[in-house]
Design a protein. Sequence first.
Lengths: 109, 128
Amino acid sequence: MDGAGRVEAIEENRDLEAVYRSVATRGDSEVPTNPEDEVDFHYVCFVKSHSSSVFYELDGDRKGPMNKCSLGPEEDALADQCLTVVREYISRERGGNPNFGLLALASSK
Amino acid sequence: MPELTYKKHYIPLESNPVLFTELIHKIGISQDLEFHDVISIDDSEALAFVPRPVLALILVFPTSQRYNDHIAQEDFETISKSKIEDKPPVWFKQTINNACGLYAILHAICNGLPREYICEPSPPRNMS
């Protein structure tokens, strides 16, 4: 599927939308009543490429994928150079809002 | 946040590993994967609680003018020079407002090792 196809696939997928809403409405935080209100936090993904050693920053609000660093074959997303990338985000806000959160996708066992 | 035209608006997703995990399982990711909270990236004891290997990270952070200035600069300087491999990563342009949590999750599960955990058939398999 190409880029435009993927964008539409997310927008138009009713099952995906229904699943998302069922989960999003169950959070403990106060849910905004109007989805059109702006929120003041953002999520970005960092992941190692499936076809190379590149560690990418993936954010749908940016111009495209961003090559952040290289990882060795045995290195995962908590390698030192990956944590350095995360620290850059945090240090940029030093003195400002410290409310950062980090979630790691890993084994459930 | 950049000025963009969003076709749809979702309510935002709370940064909660339980909710994130429930979402990926419901859209077709194996129960063998889940999201874990990383309490600290500077405390080796805290990091030791996270199972390895970690396949992807999702960072949630406050947006600020400082952040907006940074991404404007980075987009101008870096994107055109960024080395994208022959097989670029799966990347989705965000067109649904406030759904950055969903897009971060889709980016995490459609790239890298998480792809091996996609159950067939499912939205992530069709999009990756």
